[in-house]
Design a protein around this ligand. Structure first.
Ligand code: BDP
Length: 650
């Protein structure tokens, strides 16, 4: 129960307002597709990134923006506004601690000219507003009219705004987006608001946001906001699945069209050089590729990440109008299969030697950051990492595009992190979790880099309702995508974990000699060995060590090693590796370090300005652990592929 629940009326009101958006429940199956916006012969994009007007609603009930209808006029007419970059989290942009730690509604606004060729009534164009991600709940208005609302922080949403931009083309178009970062027991990730009603200790109306995860709850418009066009009859969704036999590749496709009842569809598959290798017509079909170039992971093949292009062309008639739409989707032809002790990509055993990450950077928080993205991929390649898990939420499509191209294998995790409270296992939470999985699969289903879905991280899977809950989420995910294995990441007891029976791969996190037996490096090998044996004996499923690691404050040294020093992290890694090397010959199919880089957290007594388990600092400088891993990952790659030595230092 929240502190202050029986408190004064004002508190009750504040609580109601903060949660108002959370009562929206996403119970319906999703309508339509969510193709990544792309330019083509028939489509244009206008990015709305840059500086937006911004105002946090600091009023006690956080509801003044709605009471005064800030969306009906220019935001600056409502009161003082500040400059806010998009994409970015708003938290670290100013010097105001109240904004860094703000909970509630913030308001963004941008005025934009929509090109005349889009707005002419006979343009035959649809205009769509798309938000790559806004954390957590959001409502968008165009010229004061609400166009969409969305729950959830890491997946895109959009609205057809054609009618609105057509109605007043002589004026710039005013886009207002309100975003609320409050997390409740039924959001993903869950959280709770705690009211501190003891006025001898806290100011009146004081409340805090509690969460069961350590990363900072950055908020705002985190990914690009843009307008794009399609013809009025258009390609709404494309689903591609692939297979191969001997040297022949198979691409199955399904195209869904909207805005026309009698479209005609043709598809052409081209290789990297642009030569068409197969064509077909009709909204669904199969393409065969002779002498196929399979999509291989980085370091598993000299030509990783091979992508074909599937160009879909639609023509449709509606009355006297003729519409044409083109959309191209990259296609990596590959298969994924799991046995009792192996993870197979293209029928070859694949060993995950990779990392866990976060979307986290100085100043921008979780905002999409191109320099950081490219730097991180350079570091991953330097490290010899062939994979990562999108801990603990779906990453930007821009990041996954690079994974597809470079052959970096991805375990795609939804924001199901910190599902601990029994009240987060009820129907309301489950309904939302199912929708989030549907949104995630819809967005990422065509990506060859994505080889497995993860539905949660470290839930309280020993609770009785966890059985039904995980059975439901996993079964649903498998029905949405029968081609990929599904997992969740566990830190429960192997015997009592109620979700584990439903997963295809066991993913386990453990922090021996850190959270357990801190300072006792000598227990790692025995405890890790027991962990693996216990899980394997019970389930006979392949196992990934999905997290392990130790904090390091860069530059701290001690010998004999002590916690938080570079030497301690180094020994933790080496002790874990000794056991991995024995067990990978049997059923361990991967190791993912926690974490690739240091990241910001909520303030606590166990964090020194953030989580320091990175092998790179937050500024991407290597700690000793990075060199240990680099040596190991390149050796592992050489062992599986016998790469020439020169490939060790890209
Ligand atoms: C694990 C969590 C991860 C944390 C890590 C840690 O999965 O999100 O950051 O612990 O405490 O339990 O470093």
């Amino acid at each position: 129960m929240y502190v202050g629940m029986q408190g004064d009326r004002k508190m009750g009101r504040a609580r109601k307002i903060i949660f108002f958006s959370l009562l929206w429940s996403s119970c319906l199956a999703l309508e339509g597709g969510m193709l990544t916006p792309k330019e083509s012969r028939s489509r244009e994009i206008k990015e709305l990134n840059g500086v937006w007007k911004f105002r946090a609603d600091f009023s006690k009930n956080r509801n003044t923006g709605f009471e005064q209808r800030w969306f009906t006029k220019s935001l600056s007419e409502s009161g003082p506004v500040i400059d806010m970059p998009v994409p970015a989290s708003f938290n670290d942009i100013t010097q105001d601690p109240r904004l860094r730690d703000f909970i509630g509604w913030v308001w963004y606004e941008k005025e934009v000219w929509v090109p005349q060729r889009w707005t002419a009534v006979d343009s035959g164009q649809r205009v769509v507003l798309r938000v790559g991600s806004a954390h957590y709940n959001s409502i968008a208005w165009v010229n004061g009219a609400q166009v969409t609302q969305h729950e959830g922080g890491h997946l895109p949403f959009e609205a057809d705004i054609t009618r609105l931009v057509h109605s007043n083309p002589s004026q710039p178009c005013r886009i207002t987006i309100a975003v609320n970062n409050t997390l409740s027991l039924h959001t993903l990730p869950p959280g709770s608001i705690q009211y501190m009603s003891d006025e001898t200790k806290y100011p009146a109306g004081y409340f805090v946001q509690n969460t069961n995860f350590d990363f900072f709850n950055y908020a705002g418009l985190h990914r690009p906001v843009l307008l794009y066009t399609t013809p009025k009859a258009y390609i709404d969704d494309i689903t591609v699945t692939t297979d191969f036999a001997d040297s022949t590749g198979v691409v199955n496709y399904v195209v869904s069209i909207k805005g026309s009842s009698n479209p005609s569809v043709t598809v052409a598959l081209s290789d990297k050089e642009g030569s068409v290798v197969a064509t077909a017509s009709g909204p669904a079909g199969m393409l065969k590729v002779v002498d196929v170039n399979l999509w291989w992971p980085y370091l598993m093949h000299e030509n990783p990440g091979y992508l074909y292009s599937l160009e879909v062309h639609m023509t449709a008639k509606s009355g006297s109008s003729q519409y044409e739409d083109y959309y191209t989707v990259p296609v990596g032809i590959r298969t994924v299969r799991v046995t009792s002790h192996q993870f197979l990509i293209n029928s070859k055993p694949f060993y995950f030697h990779g990392v866990n990450k976060h979307e986290d950077s100085d100043i921008r928080g979780k905002g999409l950051d191109w320099p950081l993205i490219v730097k991180d991929f350079n570091l991953l390649q330097w490290l010899g990492a062939n994979s990562f898990r999108t801990s603990h939420y779906p990453y930007a499509e821009e990041i996954l595009d690079m994974c597809d191209r470079l052959g970096i294998v991805v375990i795609d995790e939804c924001p199901g992190v910190g599902i601990k409270d029994i009240r987060s296992f009820g129907n309301e939470s489950l309904a939302h979790h199912l929708i989030v999985m549907e949104e995630l699969v819809r967005r990422d289903k065509n990506r060859p880099s994505v080889v497995m879905w993860s539905v949660a991280n470290e839930p309280n899977a020993e609770l009785a309702p966890a059985d039904y809950y995980f059975k439901s989420v996993i079964t649903r995910t498998k029905s949405l995508d029968p081609t990929r294995p599904v997992t969740f990441v566990s830190n429960s007891n192997f015997n009592r974990d109620k979700g584990a029976p439903y997963v295809d791969v066991i993913c386990v996190n453990s922090y021996f000699s850190w959270y357990h037996d801190p300072g006792h490096l000598e227990v790692i090998q025995i405890q890790l060995n027991t962990q693996f044996e216990d899980w394997y004996k019970k389930y006979q499923k392949p196992i990934i060590q999905s997290e392990y690691g130790a904090d390091v404050v860069p530059g701290l040294h001690s010998d004999p090693p002590m916690m938080f020093t570079e030497e301690y992290q180094k020994i933790v890694l080496q002790e874990y590796h000794a056991v991995f090397d024995r067990k990978r010959k049997e059923y361990v199919v991967g190791e993912l370090i926690w974490n690739f880089a240091d990241f910001m957290t909520a303030q606590s007594t166990t964090r020194v300005v953030g989580n320091k388990k990175g092998i790179f600092s937050r500024q991407r400088q290597p700690k000793t652990g990075a060199f240990i891993l680099r040596d190991r990952y390149w050796k592992l790659a050489n062992e599986t592929r016998r790469l020439p030595l020169a490939a060790r230092y890209p």
